[in-house]
Design a protein around this ligand. Structure first.
Ligand code: SF4
Ligand code: SF4
Length: 430
């Protein structure tokens, strides 16, 4: 793995983008030692004016469920024993709100035992109550949603962005945990149709899992859920709908392995596999405790970040910039990419020159050059109604090829977020 993931960037030419297929035999990831603090992002709810159940100064144990507000399903799992040193508001991508809860780690670690009752008697409710914050963030709550009847689970063994090896590593090296996770998923949901997707042509070595195994084309963005729906399951996801609306739920391979590990060990897994993509373009797999601040990881690997360098959570196509070394690893952080200022593609104020590159490369066949005009003007409803905004599969290719460096992908994400927020507010108003 080391040699595989320490080579240069695959070349990102404008005509074709390929996922890397990792070799079958891989080295274990580097283990990053624990920092003295972990910071966990607790979703912020409308219940903020009611008294919080945890306060600064409270002690928490390793593996303890921390739900800040009564009657609120949101929670985080303490990934270390220690005293809560701060709880502060945090604005995430596109205005999402969190409470950043920091735990100053104590010398003596004490394990919380509450999850043991679920291990003895696995139920859907118990798993939702304790494993939604597990590595890979398994989307468990969908099975309790009366609006959705899930009939198929797809376990994605291919990472959704380029240069990331996290889920391929899990499929190649943690199959025992994946198998156990599949058994748990089947028993708590009753769903029999489970499909594992793997990169490239080789389908060998997965027969004992008891699932259908399907190959995903290595051309980007074939591993995105909408593309898997079309090319592997033969189902088109209509604009404005999600895979779940068609009865299909996507899990990352790591999240399924986490379910398996939780039930085999009796403990909630607390560490995350991450692909670290460094400034010299080398890639490395690391295993790190959820909540670890970036600065701790960067110090270990001697990474320095200068003023105009860029830190991206995720890969080159779909990743999002973060602006603080205090930012920490969350259950769904699959990659950290550090770009030198000379590599960072800065957005500009240049207008669209109608070159057509974005239209030619768009897998959803959207007239992106027209769509961007509505998005730049903040006319999101029009973009959705007349310009196929909701057909976008969020691959990021249009931004990558745009000669005017218009941040098209960011405009699209923001527009979708705003439309969803308006819909939710209207539904709440009745
Ligand atoms: S991100 Fe851009 S290229 Fe990708 S589907 Fe959406 S509009 Fe098309
Ligand atoms: S790639 Fe950029 S400049 Fe070219 S048509 Fe698309 S939005 Fe306009």
């Amino acid at each position: 793995m080391l040699s595989m993931l320490q080579k240069s960037f695959v070349s990102l030419t404008k005509s074709r983008f390929e996922y890397e297929v990792l070799p079958a035999k891989l080295l274990e990831p580097d283990h990053v030692t624990t920092s003295n603090i972990v910071t966990l992002f607790h979703p912020k709810s409308a219940l903020l004016n009611v008294p919080a159940l945890f306060r600064v100064g409270d002690m928490v144990n390793t593996g303890q469920k921390i739900s800040l507000f009564a009657d609120d399903p949101a929670y985080v799992i303490a990934t270390a024993t220690g005293r809560i040193s701060s709880i502060s508001p945090l604005t995430g991508d596109y205005g999402k709100s969190y409470l950043a809860l920091s735990i100053h780690i104590a010398e003596k670690q004490v394990l919380d035992n509450e999850f043991e009752t679920v291990v003895q008697n696995p139920t859907l409710e118990g798993v939702i109550n304790f494993l939604a914050f597990a590595p890979g963030r398994p989307p468990l709550s969908i099975f309790a949603d009366p609006q959705h009847r899930i009939k198929t689970i797809v376990i994605n063994g291919v990472d959704s962005d380029l240069l990331i090896g996290t889920n391929q590593y899990i499929v190649k090296s943690k199959l025992k945990a994946v198998k156990r996770g599949i058994q748990i998923l089947k028993s708590i949901t009753g769903i029999e149709r489970i499909i594992l997707t793997v990169a490239g042509e080789s389908l060998q070595g997965y027969g004992h899992l008891g699932v259908e195994v399907k190959a995903v084309n290595t051309t980007y963005p074939s591993a995105l859920p909408e593309l898997i729906m079309k090319n592997v399951l033969g189902q088109i996801v209509p604009a404005g709908q999600r895979c779940e609306d068609l009865g299909v739920s996507f899990f990352s391979a790591e999240s399924v392995a986490a379910l398996g590990t939780a039930f085999d060990s009796g403990r909630i897994p607390l560490t995350k596999i991450i692909t670290l993509i460094r400034k010299d373009n080398s890639q490395k797999l690391i295993e790190v405790k959820i909540g670890t601040p970036l600065k701790h990881i960067f110090a270990k690997y001697g990474l320095t970040v200068n003023e105009k360098d860029r830190i991206i959570f995720g890969g080159p196509m779909r990743g999002l910039a973060v602006y603080s070394l205090e930012h920490s690893i969350q259950p769904d952080t699959d990659a950290i990419m550090v770009l030198d200022q000379s590599q960072a593609a800065y957005s500009s104020n240049y207008p669209c020159v109608n070159c057509g590159e974005c239209v030619r490369i768009c897998p959803a066949k959207i007239q992106v050059n027209l769509l961007i005009r509505f998005l730049e003007a903040g006319q999101y409803e029009q973009a959705a109604d007349y310009n196929d905004l909701l057909s976008c599969v969020e691959c990021g290719l249009c931004s990558f090829v745009c000669v005017s460096k218009i941040p098209i992908f960011q405009y699209i994400k923001l527009a979708k977020y705003e439309i969803e927020r308006t819909k939710t507010a209207e539904a709440a108003d009745g």
